[in-house]
Design a protein around this ligand. Structure first.
Ligand code: THU
Length: 160
């Protein structure tokens, strides 16, 4: 038996002013999308903005449903739309921001496991890393250089 350690690396920016200008612009798009979220049940609004290698910016937000599991997260709303509209484009980066009506969100809020799995599919498909920037409403922003870094031991097509 041997121990196997798995490491992930995040880069943490103090605030949006410290971000590279292109990432800050994408985060602003995520803010705008977040503010259009349909989240009457959780009151937890999430926005995601995606930059494609053709220059297009695609945004999405969470869409909830009275039948709770029928709702969808912001990140998947955005990436499925990008995949459906631009099937041959590569995803360069994604910016995510979340706010809650129940409590302040001033720490980086990472994408849920299901969204990581969904984004991983596109990272594997395009064979190049997708940068992920995530934050709450204000405060620090975390950057992951790839989706794989956020989802070690990914389940992908290589096992099928
Ligand atoms: N949500 C997202 O949009 N993205 C995530 O990564 C986690 C959760 C949404 C789903 C639901 O509408 C609300 O946030 C509370 O879970």
């Amino acid at each position: 038996m041997k121990e196997v350690k798995i490491e992930s690396t995040l880069y943490v920016y103090e605030n949006i002013e410290e971000l590279p200008v292109e990432a800050a612009h994408l985060m602003q798009k995520a803010f705008q999308a977040r503010d259009r979220a349909y989240a009457p049940y959780s009151h937890f609004n999430v926005g995601a903005a995606i930059l494609l290698d053709n220059g297009e910016i695609i945004t999405g937000n969470n869409q909830e449903n009275a039948s709770y599991p029928s709702g969808l997260c912001a990140e998947r709303t955005a990436i499925y739309y990008a995949g459906s509209q631009y099937p041959n484009a590569k995803v360069v980066r994604m910016a995510i921001s979340a706010t809650s009506k129940n409590k302040p969100t001033s720490n980086p809020i990472p994408p849920c496991g299901a969204c990581r799995q969904a984004i991983a599919e596109y990272e594997v498909k395009q064979d190049s890393p997708i940068e992920i920037y995530f934050m709450g409403e204000i405060g620090k922003i975390a950057k992951s250089g790839s989706l794989a870094n956020l989802l070690p031991l990914v389940f992908d097509k290589s096992v099928l």
